[in-house]
Design a protein around this ligand. Structure first.
Ligand code: FPP
Length: 244
């Protein structure tokens, strides 16, 4: 299906439900995360096929560091492994892979793999895949504020020039367009400290499917939901209809 005006340019996903998927099968939580990699692969393929331009996935939040040490360490190893295994395929499919989040908190080995994958795919012109690891929306906003404050303090940024555009440019998503559609799997209906600034006008789609089971039908249902929303950005419905 080709992209049309009803296709979201930027889709963000909170991939929830791996643990429950595993528990229902009497498997360790980690088996759910492993199975979740397959759903990541399917979603990337489908996003590209449907004409989505940016796909941002919430893989590990600032708060996920408080999970049991063994789960955190297995998740980090899974990221390294998935990077090793998937990057060539992403590259063949013209996908540009980037990471957002507090890189300083990650192990040197993982950072090395991330940087290599980003460099390898930097010239690709197809889907831009952004993976959020050690990411939190509040952290992102605080970092942006810190950077703006430093520029204001050293005199390179006049305080009166600070506006929403200056601020957005300092955030992890930088100059990328805001997500049009947020999908959250796993039945919970909350944002969980994901892209707090950037999701201001996103359409929100929640489904009960657990992340490892998320497939074409779920993705298409989310896109269909998006296609019938009227986005008003504070205007009235009549104003939007008149503008046509
Ligand atoms: C949330 O489910 C999921 C995570 C914290 C990890 C997401 C990671 C993956 C899908 C692995 C692969 C990712 C990439 C980008 C290669 P949960 O554990 O909170 O599930 P629960 O709510 O059922 O316990």
């Amino acid at each position: 299906m080709a992209a049309d005006t009803n296709t979201p340019a930027h889709v963000a996903i909170i991939m929830d439900g791996n643990g429950r998927w595993a528990r229902r099968r009497a498997l360790p939580r980690h088996a759910g995360h492993r199975s979740g990699v397959g759903a990541v692969r399917r979603s990337v393929e489908l996003a590209a096929e449907r004409g989505v331009k940016y796909l941002t996935l919430f893989a590990f939040s600032s708060e996920n560091w408080s999970r049991p040490r063994d789960e955190v360490s297995k998740l980090m190893s899974l990221f390294v492994e998935a990077l090793q295994r998937e990057v060539d395929e992403l590259h063949r499919n013209n996908v540009r892979l980037e990471f957002i989040g507090a890189r300083k908190q990650l192990s040197p080995g993982l950072v090395e793999k991330i940087e290599a994958a980003e460099a390898h795919t930097a010239g690709n012109t197809g889907l831009r895949l952004l993976v959020a690891v050690a990411y939190g929306g509040r952290w992102d906003i605080v970092e942006a504020a810190r950077s703006i404050a430093a520029r204001a303090a050293d005199g390179t940024l006049p305080v009166d020039d600070i506006d929403a555009g200056t601020f957005a440019a300092e955030l992890q998503l930088g100059g990328l367009p805001d997500p049009d559609l947020l999908i959250r799997t796993g039945g919970e209906q909350r944002i969980s400290n994901f892209l707090l600034w950037n999701l201001a006008y996103a359409e929100l789609y929640f489904c009960d499917t657990l992340w490892p089971d998320f497939g074409d039908e779920d993705f298409d249902a989310a896109l269909a939901y998006f296609a019938q929303r009227q986005r008003r950005y504070g205007h009235t419905g009549e104003q939007i209809e008149a503008a046509g």
